[in-house]
Structures are given as C-alpha cells and as structure tokens.
Ligand binder design. Structure first.
Ligand code: ADP
Ligand code: MG
Length: 393
C-alpha cells in the first residue's frame, strides 16, 4: 500500500485542501460535548500552516439534508473550537464550491459542512471537479469516512494535481498494515460483541490470517452452539451455526484454533441487579443467559494474549456495562495492555471498554474509524484509500 504523505510534500505558497473528520458530538444547544476528533486533526493542519500553505479544511457534521444549511448543521462551533486550539481565528466560509474566497499562505479557513453540498454523498463528478479546482494539494485526513466514496473523500481526489494522506490517515493505515499486512506472529484476533451476523465477514477474513481467533460475547454463544454445547436462553444466532462451523474449518485446515470458553458467567435476567453465577461451560441450564466468560477462560485467553506478537481487538467479551459481567472484558483489556505485542483496537463499544479500564495509553494503536476499521478488517478496499494509491501510481 503506497500513498503520498502530506509530510513529504513541498507546501509553501500552495493551496492545500484538507478533508478532515470533525464530526464531533454536540448537545441540543450545539455545544461540543467531546472534541477528540478536532484535536486529532491538529497535526495535519499545523504542519500545512507551518510549511506556509494556504489551508482550507472541511468536514461533514451530522446528517444534513443536501442543498440546505440548517443552523444545527453548521461547522461554526467547530471553527470556533479549532481556532482556540490553533491559537488563531478560523474563518468559516459558506457557499464555497465555486471559490471566490480568499486564503493567504499561513492562514486557515474552514469550509462549511461538505455534506450540505448537493451531490456530495453521490460522489457527483461535476461537484468533485469544482472542489478539485480550489486547490493544488488535496489531503484526506478522515479515516473514519474512508469506506465511503463521496465527493470530498473520493471524487475530488481524481481531479486534483496532487492527492495525499494526512498524518492521521497515514498513521491509521500504517498501524492497520503493520497488524494485518505482515504481522509479527502469533497473530491473535479477538472478535466479540453481540452478533455474529454483523461480523461474519470479519470472522471469515480473519480466520484465513490469524493464528488464534478468540470469539466472545454473543458471537461465542453461537460458536458454542456449533460445538454442540447447551447455551440456555443466551443471545445467539442459531441460523448462523453453519457459518460458525465454516470459520472453525478454515482455522482447522491451517492448524489454527478457535478456543471456546471452559467456564462462563450466567444470570437469569439481564439487569443491574441480576445475580451472576459462574458455571462450567458444559453446565449451562435452560433458563440461563451467558453474559460473560468465566475467570478460568479469561485467564486462558490472557495467557494467549501474553504470547502474541500481534493483537487485533474488536468487541467486548461480555456485557461489560454491568459490573457483575465485566470481569472477562476487564481481564482481556488488561492482558492486551500488559502484552508486548503490537496491538490495535477499534469499534464503538470496544473504545468504551478501553476508556472504562483506562488502558488507552497501553494499546499500540486505537482506530478512530468505526465503520472504516471494521471494513478494513473485512479485507475490503476502502475507496478513499484506493484513490490515494491510484493517484500515487
Ligand atoms: P463494538 O461496538 O466494539 O464493535 P459490538 O457492538 O459488536 O462491539 O458489541 C458490544 C455489545 O455486545 C455490548 O453492548 C455488550 O453488552 C454486548 N455483549 C457482549 N457480550 C454479550 C453477551 N454474552 N450477551 C449479550 N450481549 C453481549
Ligand atoms: Mg457497537
């Protein structure tokens, strides 16, 4: 995978267009409640400014209707926050696709919510060409939208003089490439969470690559069913038992394995007050729900993680939102944090677990792209990355 990098290019006096991901959560009054994405976009912006470029930055925000800008969809609060972080005002430009605004070298302007432009989501060619004409260098620094081919993430990259990856995008691709391209072995993946159906392609793709595939949560329940074990009224997808077998077979054919739980934590209901019991995996009763892996299983998996060369983690192995079902996920999280392996993690609930156990600093790379991270694990080509590679050919 080769793409140009912003940090390798001459930028003095150049018009640089940065497609960032500044889609931060806001409360009902439009106040930013969490600004990680703005902060994460700073290195690319600061690099371009320091190098003497005239910088334009845009992003999508929320889900606006194309063709009309509602006040709630405006990037105004984001421009203000970015200005505070950069220590200089960031002017917001509206109706920008035809140009007609001024940016000086060493200055940055924010171009209003790109998803308000008609044709953005459909990757309209005329729109892409107009936006491409605004710049000398196009920078994609929005990994979170890399799985979507839209005018600012894909189309305009075709028509600009130079297209490159920003530092955030490059770091993400470097980390994912290191984990799955040529990984230090053994490569251990944890694919857990609620449903096999949402992660079936990931399971199959990883089954062909990894040395150990740890399943957890509702996904493990379906694998236990496939192994002929009783799981009571646990969350599972009996219709996908054949698919679970297929994954196990792919692994077996390569001498690799899918370890199944030897003990589990069960309850009769799923609530804060639910009484949790630890039982052997062979002793789950008809009215039990498996809501976490047991301590013996957690320790066994932690040992595997301790010996791994590379770890890929997506999905909590239990209902970690409730303390009595959180021990499995906490043990796994700690084991990853303590491991010497190169580790990457991603996924909405996985990030919540990482935050809950305070191990963010001990994971080699935490992916910022939810959907894009999962599609990468599925082995799909991300359109926004593909075009950067093509433009580097
Ligand atoms: P991610 O967002 O990291 O990709 P998922 O959305 O696939 O993860 O799964 C996370 C959810 O799975 C959590 O809300 C967790 O409570 C739930 N979960 C984990 N284990 C179980 C289980 N044994 N039974 C039911 N739900 C589970
Ligand atoms: Mg989730």
């Amino acid at each position: 995978m080769t793409f140009r990098r912003l940090t390798d290019l001459p930028l003095a006096g150049k018009r640089v267009f940065i497609r960032a991901d500044l889609n931060v959560p806001q409360d009902d009054d439009g106040n930013i409640t969490e600004d990680t994405r703005i902060r994460a976009s700073l290195p690319g912006l600061e690099h371009a400014l320091k190098a003497g470029a005239a910088v334009m930055v845009t992003s999508h925000l929320g889900r606006p209707t194309e063709g009309k800008l509602e006040p709630a969809d405006s990037l105004a609060p984001i421009a203000k926050r970015l200005g505070e972080m950069l220590g200089r005002p960031v002017r917001l430009v509206q109706n920008w696709i035809d140009g007609g605004f001024d940016v000086k070298p060493g200055e940055v302007v924010m171009l209003e919510n790109c998803r308000v432009n008609k044709g953005e989501k459909k990757n309209d060619e005329a729109l892409a060409r107009k936006m491409a004409a605004l710049c000398d260098v196009y920078v994609n620094d929005a990994f979170g939208t890399a799985h979507r081919a839209e005018a600012t993430t894909h189309g305009m990259a075709k028509y600009v003089p130079v297209a490159c990856a920003g530092p955030l995008m490059a770091a993400e691709l470097d980390a994912l490439g290191k984990a799955l391209g040529n990984p230090a072995r053994p490569l251990v993946a944890i694919v857990a969470g609620s449903k096999v159906s949402t992660k079936l392609t990931i399971l199959k793709t990883l089954a062909a690559k990894v040395d150990q595939l740890i399943v957890g949560g509702g996904i493990a329940n379906t694998f236990m069913l496939a192994a002929g074990m009783r799981i009571g009224k646990s969350l599972a997808e009996p219709a996908l038992v054949d698919e679970a077998h297929a994954v196990i077979d792919i692994m077996k054919a390569r001498g690799a394995e899918v370890p199944l739980p030897v003990d589990v934590v069960v309850a009769n209901d799923l609530s804060v007050l639910a009484r949790a019991n630890r039982v052997a995996a062979t002793e789950v009763r008809p009215d039990d729900m498996i809501l976490d892996i047991g301590p013996q299983t957690a320790q066994m998996l932690a040992n595997m993680l301790g010996k791994a060369g590379t770890i890929v983690w997506n999905g909590p192995v239990g209902v970690f939102e409730f303390d009595q079902f959180a021990a499995g996920t906490r043990t796994i999280a700690r084991a990853i944090a303590d491991s010497k392996a190169f580790s990457i993690a991603g996924g909405g609930d996985t990030l919540a677990a990482i935050a809950k156990y305070g191990i963010a600093g001990d994971i080699s790379y935490i992916s910022t792209g939810g959907g894009a991270f999962l599609e990468f694990l599925e082995g799909k080509k991300l359109p926004a990355v593909e075009i950067l590679e093509q433009r580097n050919a």
